[in-house]
Design a protein around this ligand. Sequence first.
Ligand SMILES: *[C@@H]1O[C@H](CO)[C@@H](O)[C@H](O)[C@H]1NC(C)=O
Ligand SMILES: *[C@@H]1O[C@H](CO)[C@@H](O)[C@H](O)[C@H]1NC(C)=O
Ligand SMILES: [Cu+2]
Length: 186
Amino acid sequence: MAARIMAALACILVMLRLSEAAVYKVGDSAGWTTIANVDYKLWASTKTFHIGDTVLFEYNPQFHNVMRVTHPMYRSCNTSKPISTFTTGNDSITLTNHGHHFFFCGVPGHCLAGQKLDLNVLLPASSTPLSDPPTSSSPPPPTTIPAAGVPGPSPSHAASPPSVMATRIIAVVALLVSLAFTNFAS
Ligand SMILES: *[C@@H]1O[C@H](CO)[C@@H](O)[C@H](O)[C@H]1NC(C)=O
Ligand SMILES: *[C@@H]1O[C@H](CO)[C@@H](O)[C@H](O)[C@H]1NC(C)=O
Ligand SMILES: [Cu+2]
């Protein structure tokens, strides 16, 4: 009995650790810009993004903005129909689903100059997929990581969306209640 409760408690601790989410500043100290020649593809390849993580775009809003776009628009730097546009200069965007997320700066010429970002958000490692992954989803492509790329610090944990957390907490509470009832019955 005690061992089972200890196991359940260990389970809770593991899940609480999984709930931590990381915040990544796009371009690190350079931020979101065209003047520093930041390779945003390389920047993204040194990170491991999980659902619940946040990316922070910091820039001078007089010169730049952030548009979230579809893959075809990303490829062609087509700014005509962004999914959403951010213009504060300090835009926090929480990654709420897995798969690729495409961003660029909508100021003319900036996307073509390389101010564009493709993030691949990984599936939660510990949960089984509830639905078919979108066609844009793919495993992290190792071929896009140049040999010269030095992997940066990446979070040692997976993050879970709040709904998954809530489901897990309810499952653990249910387990503890059933353990208590087992104890009374015996
Ligand atoms: C940009 O996208 C819009 C809508 O998706 C499309 O109508 C337009 O032809 C595209 N422009 C270019 C230059 O590809
Ligand atoms: C940008 O926003 C973050 C929170 O999203 C905040 O911690 C930070 O101080 C802000 N930075 C500036 C320069 O406003
Ligand atoms: Cu720009």
